[in-house]
Design a protein around this ligand. Sequence first.
Ligand SMILES: Cc1cc2nc3c(=O)[nH]c(=O)nc-3n(C[C@H](O)[C@H](O)[C@H](O)COP(=O)(O)OP(=O)(O)OC[C@H]3O[C@@H](n4cnc5c(N)ncnc54)[C@H](O)[C@@H]3O)c2cc1C
Length: 476
Amino acid sequence: MAKVVIIGAGLTGLSAAYHLEKEGFFDYTLFEKEAIPGGLCRSVRKKGFTFDYTGHLLHSNNPTVLALLEKLSTAMPLVHAERHSHIYSYNTLTPYPYQQQLYGLPPHVIADCIEGFVSRTKNPNPRSFTAWVNAHFGSGFGTHFFFPYQQKLFAYELEKVTASWTGRFVPSTSLRKLITGAVSPLLSTNVGYNAQFIYPAAGGIDQLIAALTRELALPPLTHHTVHEIDIAQKKITFTNGKTESYQTLISTMPLNQLLATITNNGTPAIKRLKKAEHSLHCNSVINVNLGIARPVRPHTHWIYYPEKSYPFYRIGFPALLAPSMAPAGHSSLSIEISHYQSSHPTQPSGINHNQELIDSAVAHAKKLFQFTDDDILTHTVLHLPYAYVIYDQWRDKNLEGLLATLAQHDMYSIGRYGSWHYSSMQEAILAGAQVIHKALPSAQKQPHSYTPAVVLENNPKKESVLRYNKKQISMQ
Ligand SMILES: Cc1cc2nc3c(=O)[nH]c(=O)nc-3n(C[C@H](O)[C@H](O)[C@H](O)COP(=O)(O)OP(=O)(O)OC[C@H]3O[C@@H](n4cnc5c(N)ncnc54)[C@H](O)[C@@H]3O)c2cc1C
């Protein structure tokens, strides 16, 4: 038995493990279902190209996160860069954000946006994202950008989506800003929470995961998929037949899956919890990565595509993030297509899944960036079954209570999908750092039941466990 069990070795779970160890606490086990840690922060390498599970750039303004990155950067040099991103509509490339940079768009589009902004009516309590856009930006911005773009991104009925996710993700505008941006080309790229980014210089966001994992004395136990959690007995059963008991559980697996695994649902509160699993919705993303045998240099890191005629919502250019992402003289494209599966999305099993969509995306990309089939050296499709969580009325009303009920059972469900949030890597690191203040006191409530012999038997890295057990003893 480990006092603290962490489920999921994505960035959140690894951060929780790192921060537990930083506190001198080693009576924990971190379980991961995949063969390698990283979750969404994994990368694949093909024919000299590196592809992330869609571009993953670090944006940070937080001292805890910056200090951790600084520490990790001794073994993992980082590049710091200014973001360049654009929107492509009406055959025009305009700098992000749309609501501040209309320069170059057809006059009727600019007129619609300005007119809509001026005549927008205040709505103190917009119930949907569309109502929020109409109240904040006006109908012109809605029609020409926000509605088609978000519809494509969420792949979900837009009227059911609330605005509670917007916050820092949607920069505001003003009449002055939008008129200035309509009559003059880009003045500044320094807009939004992601105006600057940090990325591993050696390429691939998995370098961050590798650096963080190297810091751990207790490596994650991979190939462990949670099958069942007996919430009353505090016992986990994995699909490989192994079991583990805990005093405190930190879960970063998707919340709907966590709820589905809970058994022993005798109490009404737990029965209500279990019912919630089908009320949590998210979309899935298909990420088509192309390695191109010649330079495709649009001088932007990524482009958003609001128009319906394009099947993708965004194309990124990984080779521009760090030189090692593609062989010299080559380039790469990371194409993102979203779709909705069900309340329990899965990894597709057949390789031809959504093939038509993928083929259409590649055909459009070839036209847009003028390359041919012969230029494509590698074509790698990655699937993200859990991508963007859907903020709807049900989620807004019930999520907090749901997480609080779990916490009453010493289960802390955190991370992008654990807490069912639209959040970034910075928040994943912080969630892992913060949860230990809740997890440690409840883990320390009960007498220490830790026996080094058991841990040594179960843990493949006996030497490092021994070394750190000594450290633990000397710290007590
Ligand atoms: C399309 C897209 C683009 C993004 N781009 C950026 C970006 O540019 N910058 C940024 O900062 N953030 C970005 N993010 C957000 C970022 O990926 C997440 O915030 C972060 O990676 C979440 O980490 P996590 O550990 O919470 O979740 P995950 O990475 O999902 O990790 C959860 C882990 O739990 C494991 N697991 C799941 N089920 C089980 C089970 N039953 N048993 C055991 N283990 C299980 C999984 O295998 C996984 O390793 C992006 C997200 C998406 C979807």
